[in-house]
Design a protein around this ligand. Structure first.
Ligand code: FES
Length: 121
Protein backbone atom coordinates (compact mmCIF):
# COMPACT_ATOMS: atom_id res chain seq x y z
CA UNK A 1 0.00 0.00 0.00
CA UNK A 2 1.43 3.42 -0.93
CA UNK A 3 2.39 5.81 1.85
CA UNK A 4 -0.16 8.62 2.33
CA UNK A 5 1.31 12.04 2.96
CA UNK A 6 -0.74 15.01 4.09
CA UNK A 7 0.75 18.46 3.99
CA UNK A 8 -0.07 21.73 5.67
CA UNK A 9 1.50 24.79 4.06
CA UNK A 10 4.15 22.58 2.53
CA UNK A 11 5.20 21.01 5.80
CA UNK A 12 4.45 17.33 6.29
CA UNK A 13 2.31 16.07 9.14
CA UNK A 14 5.47 14.49 10.51
CA UNK A 15 7.15 17.93 10.51
CA UNK A 16 4.30 19.48 12.44
CA UNK A 17 3.14 16.77 14.81
CA UNK A 18 6.07 14.54 15.61
CA UNK A 19 8.51 17.37 16.25
CA UNK A 20 6.25 19.62 18.33
CA UNK A 21 7.20 22.49 16.03
CA UNK A 22 4.86 24.97 14.33
CA UNK A 23 5.05 26.93 11.10
CA UNK A 24 5.25 30.72 11.27
CA UNK A 25 4.71 33.20 8.46
CA UNK A 26 7.77 35.46 8.64
CA UNK A 27 7.69 37.41 5.36
CA UNK A 28 5.76 38.11 2.19
CA UNK A 29 7.19 36.42 -0.91
CA UNK A 30 8.59 39.59 -2.48
CA UNK A 31 9.38 41.39 0.74
CA UNK A 32 13.13 41.11 0.32
CA UNK A 33 15.24 40.94 -2.83
CA UNK A 34 17.68 38.25 -3.90
CA UNK A 35 20.88 38.43 -1.83
CA UNK A 36 19.09 40.31 0.95
CA UNK A 37 18.61 39.10 4.50
CA UNK A 38 16.15 39.87 7.27
CA UNK A 39 16.19 39.22 10.99
CA UNK A 40 13.02 37.60 12.31
CA UNK A 41 12.18 36.63 15.88
CA UNK A 42 10.09 33.53 16.46
CA UNK A 43 9.42 31.87 19.83
CA UNK A 44 12.26 33.85 21.36
CA UNK A 45 14.72 32.70 18.69
CA UNK A 46 16.61 35.09 16.43
CA UNK A 47 16.57 33.74 12.88
CA UNK A 48 18.15 35.21 9.78
CA UNK A 49 15.93 34.81 6.72
CA UNK A 50 17.99 34.79 3.50
CA UNK A 51 16.69 35.08 -0.04
CA UNK A 52 18.93 33.27 -2.50
CA UNK A 53 18.57 32.97 -6.25
CA UNK A 54 16.46 29.82 -5.86
CA UNK A 55 14.38 30.80 -2.85
CA UNK A 56 14.39 31.48 0.85
CA UNK A 57 16.52 29.90 3.58
CA UNK A 58 16.57 30.37 7.34
CA UNK A 59 19.52 30.05 9.73
CA UNK A 60 20.15 30.69 13.39
CA UNK A 61 21.24 34.33 13.70
CA UNK A 62 24.05 33.50 16.13
CA UNK A 63 27.43 33.03 14.47
CA UNK A 64 29.01 29.82 15.84
CA UNK A 65 32.37 31.57 16.11
CA UNK A 66 31.76 34.23 18.76
CA UNK A 67 28.04 34.80 18.57
CA UNK A 68 27.81 37.92 16.44
CA UNK A 69 24.51 38.51 14.63
CA UNK A 70 24.64 37.00 11.15
CA UNK A 71 21.75 39.27 10.13
CA UNK A 72 24.26 42.13 10.16
CA UNK A 73 26.38 40.27 7.62
CA UNK A 74 26.47 40.22 3.85
CA UNK A 75 25.03 37.63 1.49
CA UNK A 76 26.26 37.00 -2.04
CA UNK A 77 25.74 33.89 -4.22
CA UNK A 78 24.11 31.88 -1.42
CA UNK A 79 27.02 32.58 0.94
CA UNK A 80 26.40 34.53 4.15
CA UNK A 81 29.47 36.27 5.59
CA UNK A 82 29.66 37.30 9.24
CA UNK A 83 30.97 40.83 9.34
CA UNK A 84 32.76 40.39 12.66
CA UNK A 85 35.59 38.03 11.64
CA UNK A 86 34.59 36.86 8.15
CA UNK A 87 33.27 33.33 8.67
CA UNK A 88 31.22 32.21 5.68
CA UNK A 89 28.23 29.86 5.58
CA UNK A 90 26.22 28.19 2.83
CA UNK A 91 22.67 29.51 3.30
CA UNK A 92 21.17 26.36 1.74
CA UNK A 93 22.72 23.98 4.27
CA UNK A 94 24.08 26.14 7.09
CA UNK A 95 27.44 24.55 6.39
CA UNK A 96 30.64 26.38 7.23
CA UNK A 97 32.57 27.34 4.09
CA UNK A 98 35.45 29.45 5.46
CA UNK A 99 36.67 31.56 8.33
CA UNK A 100 37.42 31.08 11.99
CA UNK A 101 34.08 29.42 12.87
CA UNK A 102 34.54 25.68 13.39
CA UNK A 103 30.86 24.67 13.32
CA UNK A 104 27.93 24.87 10.94
CA UNK A 105 24.94 27.13 11.64
CA UNK A 106 21.60 25.62 12.63
CA UNK A 107 19.20 25.59 9.68
CA UNK A 108 15.40 25.84 9.75
CA UNK A 109 12.98 24.33 7.25
CA UNK A 110 11.36 26.94 4.96
CA UNK A 111 8.29 26.73 2.73
CA UNK A 112 7.04 29.38 0.30
CA UNK A 113 3.28 29.25 -0.10
CA UNK A 114 0.15 31.45 -0.27
CA UNK A 115 2.29 34.50 -1.08
CA UNK A 116 4.28 34.11 2.10
CA UNK A 117 7.39 32.54 3.59
CA UNK A 118 6.93 30.09 6.48
CA UNK A 119 9.52 28.59 8.74
CA UNK A 120 9.23 25.60 11.03
CA UNK A 121 10.30 26.40 14.60
S1 FES B 1 31.64 36.15 15.36
FE1 FES B 1 31.21 35.54 13.31
S2 FES B 1 33.14 35.17 12.46
FE2 FES B 1 33.58 35.71 14.52
Amino acid sequence: MPEVKVYSRGFSVADLFTTGKKNYRVAELDEISINEIKLVKVKGKRIVLCRGEEGYYALNDKCPHKGHSLSRGVMICNTLTCIMHGSQFDVKTGGRKAGPAQKDVEKYKVVEQDGGVYILV
